[in-house]
Design a protein. Structure first.
Lengths: 309, 480, 272
């Protein structure tokens, strides 16, 4: 319960931070912000001085900063995200549309990374210092050092340009998933392979691992009954932190591969100073992080009875 | 025919022998105790017999187990015997149970996977095992919800579920209170009574005495003495065994009472708690120069908390601690259970001690003067705390306190991690300090024998009621 | 069964990795600082006749699509982002260290407020914060410095606070307090030796993160603007010409990877 309360506090703080940051952004925009907002709402042809004044009064754009900020955050608290300055559509509608694309890409990447990383990590952790362990250390260090855009670049050059196996950009068909998902998954699996490896090596060094074998269990039985669950606890815990990597990756990877998701929209919104969209997308990513981590807290409580008490 | 016969077992590391040839026989119904201090090679011997030595150690010799004849140099061959012939009871069983699995499943799986019983039968058998060991209804708990003694019984049930007749127990009393010691011995003897053999590896003389049977005494990888346990303990033939047995607090000569000096501290009606639960209340005592107050009680009864209150680190919930007038702010000092954790770990001991001497206006010569008195070599000072043995570091910790010229030392289980002979040295030095420095000492220990032979008066804290009596030492039995 | 099986493999391999990391970073630093002295040249000078031409004595890595020397653009890029990164890490490290130790030592509402703030900042992806700051602050380099500082100080704060808390609760500190030592002595002898190596590791990781962010945003056209020579920007500019001038694209790719790998190895093994 305590966990959920602190996550709630975190969520509120995230909203306040993003709200304040975008408010400051709005105020520091070059040119007449009211005019741009009015144009966003009513369309560029129908905007006139009167509607701009109305917006200015409503948002308190000319007035003192503090009441305007309160007004701005008040809108946020009522889940009123406004309309996009570029398309004129309600921000909510735009985001819901993009969220689907992003979530499907992120899930594909996560799944792929879990198929690659943890099995290798567990095998390496069972024989610390062995050939596989050393090879994995080299591979994961290299991958961890390589930023996602670099992995994307190498994949594009190799798979799309040189070999012409897969398209470099696009959306809609399953094969469009492969390169962006693989880009994200390689970075993630470098990390979760290390986590699984370290957890496995630690568990295999625990008295309870040895005792399970002394009871007469075989290597395989010991791993299945006393290893996997223990490895899953840090893996799930780190998923929460990996989510940040995933979101950062989504911002970059969607832009590179032209994937019509939230990250792509965020970059565009910032580029075109579409403040309501920036606020909406940033809020979605920040609150998504808090929500996922709250779920992970609960999952870890279930997996590990020691944390529940 | 012997259950188990090991001949000429040796262990070496990189070609250097660390265990000289040892032979032993384990007979049905008669326990065998292997006694030795840390580093005596007793655990290595057990590991060589079980085939569980770490990879960088090589064993030689032969182990005959029923019809099986095994080569100690090939530990792979032992694997098939684990659980089926040999049940190993690990040190600190609460760390040997999977923390993420309910305890009954940990017994059931051995019945099912090792003994090949069907699931339902394995489950019934496991719960019958737990019932027999007095753990009825505890099967659904997780290991962290068990007490140390309960975890030990679960471990026995799990270790023997595969059908093993021979039980090997490695330091079964490690980390347990003195009060639990006899329970462990009784438990092991009860397992022996069900048929089979029992091999106990320990440094604990009280446990060895209680187990009885045959005994092998090891020191620095060599057999010092062997024979029936009762005979060896009553009349040890070797100097080392004599010293070892004399170091057992049960065999200490009670300390002669000193004439008390002027008062150092008066505590009246102290009460304190931790995390909302009251640990003790209405504790009153006074202490004078040169006096030793023994503080006993089971773990978790608030002994360390009492120390915190006396030292002014924790606020008492009730009551007052009155320091005698004219004492300086640093007059009350503490000696820690784990001395390594009580020193700055990145500095040499010389620097730490110099800092303390300078802070308290002592000539640096005082350190050199104290070193021989505490039996310490000056060469130790150039090392860091983790490069010095536990006994030496505890004496260095005492030296550090003496630089402050304290009026009271709160010694919190200062010897619980030391071997018996080292323990006796440190306690003797503490008593000597009380006499020569005129310093009052509060000596906390879970070992009633140690306290009753050392202290001038005694304070016993209990878990249930805040029972407190400040009296002259009484017989140990009356304290429980 | 207390025979310790300390893995003999671990320590030397960590030291070796650190050695390799230091060498890589120093080599790239030397290239960035001294490269211009050995082969003088201008990173902005265009000569369209030489567009995508191969290496020659005055341009050891050939020319880009506008006929600019890739070598000189690269050494400029290798000065720019590390400089911003180091400035951000220095600022973030100082802020995090001071606030972290203060929070742990003081406790109370100061600590609670800082923890709530950092928890919330932690929920925001670093790149997002940098992007928002970039949109507000005039001047891209300044924007990166402010944004990255804002992102990086959290890690320093968390490390410093955790280590200080743990150290302050240790028997060693209690003993020093009983022996009459004050807070300055305790910081010097107990806290700083615990924190210092962690700070160094975090600084190396932070520098890598910062360089990575600058390059990543450059690569998606939201960071440094053309014609500034910047690693990510160079790559995205040269990507369309991969077939004609592979060396021109590979140069910034390899340099970036080597720099980041060097910093990661320098940081040593740490739980990610």
């Amino acid at each position: 319960m305590n966990v959920l309360v602190s996550r709630l506090v975190q969520a509120v703080m995230v909203a306040v931070l993003i709200g304040t940051a975008t408010f400051v952004m709005m105020r520091s925009l070059p040119g007449d912000a009211a005019w741009r907002i009015a144009a966003g709402r009513y369309g560029y042809d129908r905007v006139d001085a009167a509607s701009a004044d109305a917006v200015r009064a409503e948002l308190g754009l000319d007035g003192p900063t503090l009441p305007a900020l309160v007004q701005w955050l008040g809108d946020l608290a009522r889940f009123d995200f406004g309309t996009s300055l570029v398309t004129g559509q309600p921000v909510i509608k735009e985001i819901v549309h993009q969220l689907g694309a992003t979530v499907s890409l992120a899930l594909a990447a996560l799944l792929l990374s879990l198929l690659i990383g943890p099995p290798l990590g567990i095998l390496a952790g069972l024989r610390p210092g062995g050939a596989l362990d050393r090879a994995l250390l080299v591979a994961s260090t290299g991958l961890k050092a390589a930023p996602q855009f670099l992995i994307a670049l190498v994949l594009i050059v190799l798979v799309a340009v040189q070999l012409r196996w897969l398209p470099a950009a696009g959306h809609g068909e399953p094969r469009h998933f492969i390169l962006p998902a693989l880009t994200l998954a390689l970075g993630l699996s470098a990390v979760n392979a290390r986590i699984a490896r370290d957890a496995m090596a630690r568990i295999a060094d625990m008295p309870y691992w040895r005792f399970a074998q002394w009871k007469g269990l075989s290597e395989r039985q010991t791993l299945l009954r006393h290893g996997l669950r223990g490895v899953s606890v840090p893996l799930v815990t780190y998923l929460g932190l990996q989510f940040v990597t995933l979101v950062e990756g989504v911002i970059i990877v969607e832009s590179i591969f032209g994937w019509p998701g939230i990250g792509h929209a965020l970059v565009h919104a910032i580029f075109s100073r579409d403040v309501p969209m920036v606020q909406g997308t940033a809020l979605m990513l920040g609150l998504g992080f808090v929500l996922i981590n709250a779920a992970i807290d609960l999952a870890v409580n279930r997996l590990d009875p020691r944390t529940a008490s | 025919m012997s259950l188990l016969k090991a001949s000429n077992i040796t262990v070496s590391q990189d070609g250097t022998p660390i265990l000289e040839p040892v032979s032993l026989r384990l007979e049905a119904g008669e326990p065998l105790v292997i006694l030795g201090e840390t580093g005596s090679g007793k655990s290595l011997l057990a590991q060589a017999i079980m085939g569980t030595l770490p990879r960088d150690l090589a064993a030689r010799g032969q182990v005959a187990l029923g019809d099986h004849l095994l080569d100690a140099a090939r530990p792979v061959g032992f694997r098939a015997l684990w659980g089926r012939q040999i049940a190993v009871l690990p040190q600190e069983p609460w760390l040997s149970l999977d923390p993420l699995m309910r305890v009954q499943s940990q017994v059931t799986e051995a019945h099912r996977l090792v003994n090949g019983k069907p699931v339902a039968e394995a489950r019934t058998q496991a719960s019958a095992d737990l019932d027999r060991l007095g753990l009825t209804g505890a099967g659904h708990r997780y290991p962290h919800e068990l007490s140390g003694g309960m975890a030990q019984r679960v471990a026995i049930a799990a270790a023997r579920a595969g059908g093993a007749r021979i039980v090997i127990a490695d330091e079964p009393t490690k980390g347990l209170d003195a009060a639990r010691r006899d329970d462990v011995a009784d438990l092991l003897l009860a397992e022996l009574a069900r048929g089979g053999g029992l091999l106990v590896i320990t440094h604990d003389l009280a446990l060895a005495r209680r187990i009885g049977g045959q005994m092998i005494v090891l020191r620095k990888g060599q057999v010092v003495e062997e024979g029936p346990t009762a005979a060896v303990m009553a009349a040890p033939s070797q100097a080392y065994t004599r010293e070892l047995i004399a170091a057992d607090p049960e065999n200490w000569k009670p300390r002669t009472k000193q004439a008390a000096g002027s008062a150092v501290l008066t505590a009246t009606g102290l009460a304190a708690g931790r995390g909302g639960t009251r640990l003790f209340s209405d504790v009153s005592f006074d202490l004078s120069e040169g006096e030793i107050l023994g503080v006993t009680g089971p773990s978790g009864c608030g002994k360390s908390t009492l120390g915190g209150v006396v030292l002014g680190l924790i606020d008492a919930a009730d009551g007052v601690v009155n320091r005698a007038d004219g004492l300086k702010a640093t007059a009350f000092q503490k000696l820690y259970q784990d001395p390594v954790a009580a020193f700055p770990r990145h500095r040499t001991l010389a620097r730490t001690l110099d800092d303390v001497a300078r802070r308290h206006g002592q000539a640096l010569g005082r350190i050199e003067e104290l070193l021989p008195r505490l039996g310490l070599s000056p060469a130790l000072l150039s090392r860091r705390p983790d490069a010095v043995s536990g006994g030496e570091l505890q004496r260095l910790a005492l030296l550090r306190l003496l630089l402050v010229r304290p009026s009271l030392i709160f010694a919190d289980e200062p010897t619980s991690r030391l071997d018996p002979i080292t323990q006796k040295q440190v306690i003797d030095l503490l008593c000597e300090t009380a006499r020569s420095e005129g310093c009052a000492i509060m000596l906390v220990s879970h070992d009633p024998a140690l306290v009753s032979r050392t202290a001038d008066k005694m304070l016993s804290l209990g878990t249930t009621a805040a029972k407190v009596d400040v009296t002259a030492p009484r017989v140990v039995g009356a304290l429980r | 069964m207390t025979a310790t099986t300390d893995l003999p493999l671990r320590r030397p391999s960590v030291l070796r990795a650190r050695g390799v990391g230091t060498t890589l970073v120093l080599a790239l630093l030397a290239l960035a600082l001294l490269g211009g002295l050995i082969v003088p040249g201008d990173p902005y000078a265009q000569s369209l006749t030489k567009a995508l031409a191969g290496p020659e004595a005055t341009a050891p890595l050939g020319y880009d699509h506008l006929g600019r020397s890739v070598f000189h653009r690269l050494i400029h890029a290798l000065r720019l982002s590390p400089l911003i990164a180091l400035a951000a890490v220095a600022m973030a490290g100082a802020t995090g260290l001071i606030l972290g130790t203060l929070a742990a030592a003081r406790g109370g509402w100061v600590e609670r407020a800082l923890v709530i703030l950092t928890d919330a900042l932690l929920a925001l992806p670093g790149l997002l914060l940098v992007l928002i700051v970039l949109a507000m602050v005039p001047g891209t380099a300044l924007g990166f410095w402010v944004g990255l500082t804002l992102v990086l100080w959290i890690e320093f704060f968390r490390l410093a606070r955790a280590a200080t808390r743990e150290t302050l609760a240790s028997p060693a500190v209690q003993a020093s307090q009983l022996l009459g030592f004050g807070p300055v002595y305790i910081f010097r002898t107990h806290i700083w030796p615990e924190i210092a190596p962690m700070m160094l590791t975090a600084a190396a990781f932070g520098t890598a993160t910062a360089i990575m962010s600058i390059a990543a945003l450059g690569f998606v056209h939201t960071g440094m603007r053309a014609p500034t020579p910047e690693l990510g920007l160079m790559m995205v500019e040269l990507l369309p010409y991969w077939r004609e001038a592979p060396l021109a694209l590979l140069s910034p790719v390899i340099a970036t990877f080597a720099l980041l790998l060097g910093l990661t190895l320098l940081a040593g093994s740490r739980e990610t």
